[in-house]
Design a protein around this ligand. Structure first.
Ligand code: G6P
Length: 608
């Protein structure tokens, strides 16, 4: 997780850059650095470790430039050393970056062959040399960045400085947040990963949208969309200084949190994956994973559904039997537990009373305790033997979104690690699964561009009394999570069912008023689900298909088809979570409910 800032001013900017970075230090503190333009030349200072190390360096080696960029790093590609610290630069270009450049290996090979010399292990340096290469062809900075952005795959936020350009900074956003701050008197402009970083300087900010890039000068900025058209993005008043967590330009925290997913999933992946080697690394559980007889999973609510997805993954890829139960049941079941077993608990808050009680039961019964938690200081985190953190950041909306997809991300890594330890996944397979995970943030970014299409569907759903969600295999937990999301925030009755169970009961409910939302990626079970859709269609049910399949693949009329990007089937639960979140969110907005704080619910349930 990294934080980036940029400042154009009429006075030296180094001090303010460090001040802004201090407010971003929560995003990472493996190293920090700044770069400025002085007498037309790029200058930089970097230091490993906390920001104060950079400050110390700046005392003895100050920078005087009136334009600069800064970075506080949370290491992804390459260890936390000074040589891997940002900004990265060539003689002509300096870049700070947050996110993952997926195709950096390919770019690095191409640019190295073209004579560029890489000095770090980072993916970011590929961006530096790519832009430098374009400049070398005679393009100006704006054109060079425009051409380079087209080559980048992944999720990222960038700030770029150029030698010889004392009044120009370029910013770009795809999947990682970026906000422009408007300074006083038309002589100052700012850039930051969030409005909190800019709070001391300005409360007038413009949030860049997905795919946007912007050219900043002291007198203002021009924003372009992904197709290169100049666009207007209205400035808004930021509440950041007062609140410390703000909604950005979103109407609800839930919407903001849905949009944060490409970024927070990247952070979670970076925690578990050695990007340069394409390998998963999880903390030592202190037992021999190769001989674990069983994994027992327990959790509540959305976290339980994440655990249920993990059951499919662990059994399929690691070939270890998994038992799973909701915590409020398991805590009283007096379930016998095998010697040498692992018990895995999933919780956003880390404080859910039933989950904690089950953890204590499993601990007392000799299980090795692992916890997938978002709040690392929580009771569940403290009582577990090993913590597998999710790096979702604070989740404010009561309906869990980004915490869920980060839980899935961490659990996917756990399943791979277990499979490797047991020899059911070889090195090539690990690489394949890791590559699939690395692509998730980009696919989610693409999914979010289709958001406007959900409104019409939400209007239709808001008129129904009941909604049925169907899914098979690993999509079954998604169907239940979809129904839970809809219930929680729109107050519509919804049920999630295993598609194969349809004929054993719920089919009696189907008539022309019943929307049936089918979660069905084109996997090895797709054809089976097609049969279930036909059973629904034959009874007049209205089918909403969430799938990467073509329109005609269902072989029956669809009321709505939400297209999901085609990706490795392993990652489908993470990708298919996004449409079900957007369906629930838009339906709740149409219904006019209190989306972030729905009635009767609580974010963290610390009672039985
Ligand atoms: C509450 C929340 C849900 C959450 C569940 C489990 O019901 O409203 O969003 O999934 O608790 O919470 P945990 O913090 O343990 O994940």
């Amino acid at each position: 997780m990294c934080g980036i800032v940029g400042i154009l001013s009429s006075r030296p900017v180094a001090h303010d850059l460090v001040d802004a970075l201090r407010r971003l230090e929560y995003r990472g503190y493996d190293s920090a650095g700044i770069a400025t333009v002085e007498d037309g030349r790029l200058q930089r200072r970097r230091a490993e470790g906390k920001l104060r190390n950079l400050e110390t360096r700046l005392l003895s080696e100050p920078l005087q430039g009136h334009i600069g960029i800064g970075h506080t790093r949370w290491a992804t590609h390459g260890g936390p050393s000074e040589r891997n610290a940002h900004p990265h630069m060539s003689a002509r270009v300096s870049v700070v970056h947050n996110g993952i450049i997926e195709n950096f290996r390919e770019l690095k090979a191409e640019l190295t062959a073209a004579g560029h010399v890489f000095e770090s292990d980072t993916d970011t340096e590929a961006v530096v040399h790519l832009i430098t290469h374009e400049l070398g062809k005679g393009l100006g900075p704006v054109e060079a960045v425009k051409a380079s952005l087209k080559r980048l795959r992944g999720a990222f936020a960038l700030a770029i400085l150029f030698a010889g350009e004392n009044d120009m900074m370029i910013a770009a956003r795809l999947g990682s947040p970026l906000v422009i701050g408007h300074g006083n008197g038309n002589s100052e402009m700012y850039l930051g990963s969030d409005a909190i970083a800019l709070a001391p300087f300005t409360d007038t900010v413009t949030y860049l949208e997905e795919g946007d890039w912007a050219v900043l000068q002291r007198t203002g900025s021009v924003i372009y969309d992904r197709d290169g058209n100049a666009v207007e993005r209205p400035p808004v008043k930021s509440q950041a200084s007062a609140l410390l967590v703000d909604k950005g330009n979103h109407r609800h925290f839930m919407a903001k949190e849905i949009y944060e997913q490409p970024e927070v999933i990247s952070h979670t992946l970076a925690h578990y994956i050695d990007m340069s080697e394409g390998r998963v690394r999880i903390p030592d559980l202190g037992i021999d994973l190769a001989s674990v007889p069983r994994v027992t999973i327990s959790a509540c609510g959305t976290a339980y559904y994440a655990g249920l997805v993990a059951k499919y993954w662990i059994e399929r890829f690691a070939r270890v039997p998994v038992e799973i139960d909701i915590a409020s049941e398991m805590r009283y079941r007096e379930a016998p537990l095998p010697e040498g077993g692992i018990a895995l608990f999933v919780s956003q808050s880390g404080e859910t009373a039933d989950t904690l009680a089950t953890l204590r039961y499993c601990k007392a019964n000799g299980q090795r305790i692992a916890a997938v938690v978002n709040v690392r200081t929580s009771t569940i985190a403290r009582e577990a033997d090993v913590v597998l953190p999710t790096l979702a950041g604070p989740e404010i909306g009561v309906a869990s979104t980004k915490a869920f997809t980060c839980q899935l991300t961490a659990l996917a890594c756990f399943a791979i690690a277990l499979g490797r330890a047991r020899g059911t996944i070889d090195e090539a397979r690990e690489r394949e699964l890791v590559d699939a995970l690395i692509e998730v943030p980009r696919h989610i970014t693409d999914e979010l561009t289709t958001e406007p299409r959900y409104e019409a569907l939400a209007h239709t759903l808001s008129k129904s009394h009941d909604v049925l969600y169907l899914g098979r295999g690993v999509s079954f937990p998604l169907a239940m999570e979809g129904a839970l999301k809809l219930k929680e925030i729109s107050y519509l009755h919804a049920e999630g069912y295993a598609a194969g169970e349809l004929k054993h009961g719920p089919i009696a409910l189907i008539d022309e008023n019943m929307p049936v939302i089918v979660v069905a990626p084109m996997d090895d079970l797709f054809e089976k689900t097609v049969s279930n859709m036909q059973e629904v269609a034959a009874r007049g049910g209205k089918i909403v298909l969430i799938s990467n399949a073509p329109d005609d693949a269902a072989g029956c009329a669809l009321a709505n088809h939400i297209q999901v990007p085609t990706a490795h089937v392993f990652t489908s639960p993470i990708l298919y979570a996004v449409p079900i979140q957007l369906i629930a969110y838009h339906t709740a907005v149409v219904m006019g409910t209190d989306v972030d704080q729905p009635r009767n619910l609580a974010k963290s349930v610390t009672v039985e």
